[in-house]
Design a protein around this ligand. Structure first.
Ligand code: ATP
Ligand code: MG
Length: 445
């Protein structure tokens, strides 16, 4: 009936063969019912952890969380998490259960789960166990907390953000009582670690309904990114903008591919606007310095959320550059390539397109300009043009051989040679560049 991988069936069979109950539970059941491919399979069983280890002997088993009753089995190339039915004890830190107690009742295990669509089980014979109406909610595309929503969020505040993440990724509406509790309990998110917040945020931003969720829950995001709050309702009063800064941000975000750096860049691209608007506007109608301020703020925000350096640097660079026009000439494109490299320049073009798409319709001529930049870029790359030190026909060693001492002066000279190549003043040929280097050196005392 459902396509369950052989390895998973094998694990279920080992347990039931010994007389234990074993069910698929949680996200994989939800995904199977929706016709989506589960990315992991979780099994819940009445067997105690030691009994699970016995039942699985001969298979490779990793004791991932034996204390919480979880072992991971590797069967047929498939990792299967097997967890003993359990009831969570009190939650005094608002995030982790103080203790877990094993039980032989599947329903109790399902009751500790977060949302009805995540609280169903499937027996090896394909019978659905659904004590909280998960299947109906799935049919209505509704995300509903199991039990009293506020109580469940007080137990574990991460569930607040999981609600938004599932709403976005599955494209489900959040049921009214659950939604109210998400708003009311949002401050509890302060207890959740930055790493967990960041992981959920990225999934939320990349979900199919990110737009709807972001428009509905800026107050929740504002708990861990308070910098977003002044953007809400902040009018830009310019002929270029249809929306306040926050709505524009969300529209732009939804217009870019669901790739973490891109979605993060769009989320934060205008975060500097509210602070800098008093500085006035430049000729293009942009607030002076907002991109610079925005990239500083983004660095702060992303570091706080413990994003990796590559993500932080990329996002900040994209924000810093997002409002600078790209001149449509080969020389300008080579200069941009020199500054950002090919990968980031391509990302920047995507950011600009999405930003542009979320402006007033009259701005669509900019889309055409971006098309032109893109074809110039293709041409420049095809020519194999040099735009970074790595591609320069002269290396540091060549200059040292000319008698130039290693050090900052050498680096600066190489950069000057590169600039000359990018500007088209010098060909990227060894002899030409060495000649030019001599010339430059004779000019500077
Ligand atoms: P996905 O794997 O797509 O992220 P999932 O539903 O499998 O979605 P997991 O984080 O893998 O989510 O968790 C597996 C299951 O464990 C969930 O479906 C849910 O039943 C339960 N669960 C996970 N985290 C929590 C939590 N914080 N509170 C309550 N139940 C949870
Ligand atoms: Mg899962």
């Amino acid at each position: 009936l459902f396509s369950i991988p052989d390895g998973v069936r094998q694990v279920l069979g080992r347990l039931t063969g010994l007389g234990f109950e074993a069910h698929l539970v949680g996200g994989c059941v939800r995904d199977l019912l929706m016709g989506r491919e589960p990315h992991d399979f979780d099994v819940a069983t009445s067997a105690l952890p030691e009994q699970v280890k016995c039942a699985l002997c001969g298979l490779r088993v990793i004791e991932t969380g034996l204390r919480h009753g979880t072992v991971t089995a590797l069967a047929g190339g498939q990792a299967v998490e097997v967890t003993t039915y359990r009831v969570d004890g009190g939650y005094s830190d608002g995030r982790h259960p103080d203790s877990v107690r094993f039980t032989d009742e599947l329903t109790q295990d399902l009751a500790r789960r977060d949302f009805t669509v995540n609280a169903m089980a499937l027996s090896p014979k394909g019978e659905l166990v659904d004590p909280f109406g998960g299947r109906d909610d799935l049919g209505r595309r509704l995300l509903r907390a199991v039990g009293e929503p506020a109580h469940r969020f007080e137990e574990d505040a991460l569930r607040i953000l999981r609600a938004l993440r599932f709403g976005s990724v599955l494209g489900f509406a959040i049921e009214a009582d659950t939604a109210r509790a998400v708003h009311e309990c949002r401050a509890l998110l302060e207890r959740v670690s930055a790493e967990r917040i960041a992981a959920e945020l990225v999934r939320l931003l990349c979900g199919q309904d990110a737009r709807e969720i972001l428009l509905e829950y800026p107050d929740v995001l504002g708990v861990f990114v308070p910098e977003l709050l002044p953007m809400v309702g902040f009018e830009q009063r310019s002929k270029y903008h249809l929306y306040d800064v926050y709505t524009h941000t969300v529209e732009a975000l939804a217009a870019v591919r669901p790739v973490p750096v891109l979605r993060l860049s769009l989320l934060l691209h205008d975060v500097g606007k509210p602070e800098t608007f008093t500085l006035g506007r430049d000729g293009a109608g942009h607030f002076y310095g907002h991109a610079l301020r925005g990239s500083e703020m983004a660095r702060d925000i992303l570091r706080r959320l413990r994003f990796d350096n590559e993500t932080v640097d990329t996002v900040c660079e994209l924000i810093l550059s997002h409002d600078i026009p790209i001149e449509r000439s080969e020389r300008a494109v080579r200069r941009w390539l020199g500054r950002l490299g090919e990968k980031r320049l391509r990302l920047l073009l995507e950011v600009k397109r999405a930003d542009n798409a979320a402006h007033a319709p009259g701005v669509s001529s900019r889309a055409q300009q971006l098309d032109e930049v893109e074809s110039i870029l293709a041409r420049v790359l095809e020519q194999g043009a040099c735009f970074c030190l790595r591609d320069l026909a002269v290396k540091g060693g060549d200059l040292i051989a000319l008698g130039i001492p290693p050090g900052p002066g050498l680096g600066a000279l190489l950069q000057k040679l590169l600039d000359a190549v990018i500007e088209g003043r010098c060909q990227n040929e060894r002899d030409v560049l060495l000649g030019y280097a001599e010339e430059l050196r004779s000019q500077t005392p």
